[in-house]
Write a protein that binds this ligand. Structure first.
Ligand SMILES: [Fe+2]
Length: 323
């Protein structure tokens, strides 16, 4: 359990999580761009996804955020449908409404790396929201998006008493699969970050697109080496895990070796038109402050009310003290 020493006792740090925005439209794609796995994603968008995700709902989230005095924004992947260059550009225009590299951290989802492409045709459009040191990416030898992502993570952001540790769980998965994985090099670097003495007095928040357990996930969409990731986090705990991918509100706990239980928070899509109770569009508001013996983390889901056409707050849930 963390025993934070520095800072003011009641100082609160506030951040939001949005996820699975799927905000792009794919009007008139170049047929050559669809001569691969993307054809499936395009057909899915034509038939279903263009109706089940709406950018105007995300704009209502921006309106709601204006009143909440948020310190930081997390976007846990799947902003696009099939990762086309024009989708990255379209998403960037919306991200500009949300924040800047100083207050926003974006991680990739499997839809953003549907198939591999060049960095320039994909994540370059968001790189200042993904990287602390934008110059670093040009020094990486790999030319492809998948190659560079493999080298870049974890990304670490220290903001007051909170450290955000971002993972990349995506790779160009085979046809009909939405699986993820954390490769061995990234796991090694993560182990180093989690045990860094300089971060010991911070509230550790881990971001990953895929859920790290199988509780709410089918094998086809799972994190392939979830057992390795959980084993590391049981031994070297964080204070909170946030993820996307499932488009469903979930909350579970990871029992760690030191006796603590780490909350694992899953999100509904922030742009969803669903009326299903667990899948209505949402964003999550988190407040972190120091407790006597651990970090006090409260969470509030803002859910889309289709009648009022705005996001409304649900009850506050203290995730760090439910166990
Ligand atoms: Fe996903």
């Amino acid at each position: 359990m963390s025993h934070p020493n520095a800072g003011h006792a009641n100082e609160s740090y506030r951040f939001v999580q949005l996820s699975d925005l799927h905000l792009s439209s794919i009007d008139r794609p170049n047929p050559l761009q669809l001569c691969n796995k993307r054809i499936l994603g395009y057909l899915s968008w034509l038939k279903r996804r263009r109706f089940t995700h709406q950018e105007w709902i995300l704009d209502r989230a921006i309106s709601a955020l204006h009143d909440l005095a948020v310190d930081y924004h997390l976007v846990t992947g799947d902003l696009t449908h099939i990762g086309l260059k024009q989708e990255f550009t379209q998403c960037r225009r919306w991200l500009n409404k949300l924040g800047t590299g100083a207050d926003t951290l974006v991680i990739p989802g499997n839809h953003d790396l549907y198939v591999d492409s060049t960095w320039q045709d994909s994540f370059a459009a968001w790189q200042d929201l993904m990287l602390d040191d934008v110059g670093l990416v040009s020094q990486l030898k790999q030319k492809t998006a998948a190659g560079k992502l493999d080298q870049m993570y974890p990304q670490v952001r220290v903001r007051q008493q909170v450290v955000f540790i971002a993972l990349c769980s995506v790779f160009p998965a085979p046809w009909l699969r939405a699986t993820g994985r954390i490769n061995q090099q990234q796991l090694m670097r993560l182990k180093f970050v989690l045990n860094d003495p300089a971060l010991a007095d911070h509230c550790k928040v881990l971001l990953i697109h895929h859920p790290i357990t199988m509780t709410h996930t089918r094998k086809r969409k799972s994190l392939l080496n979830h057992a390795d990731v959980c084993a590391l986090l049981k031994h070297s705990p964080v204070d909170l895990v946030v993820h996307g991918h499932g488009h469903t509100r979930t909350l579970e706990y990871l029992a760690c070796e030191d006796g603590r239980n780490t909350p694992i928070v899953g999100m509904a899509s922030s742009s969803s038109t669903s009326a299903h109770e667990l899948q209505r569009a949402e964003f999550k508001l988190f407040d972190v402050r120091r407790g006597h013996h651990n970090w006090h983390i409260s969470m509030q889901s803002y859910q889309f009310d289709s009648t009022a056409e705005q996001f409304k707050p649900a009850e506050v849930c203290v995730v760090s003290e439910l166990v």
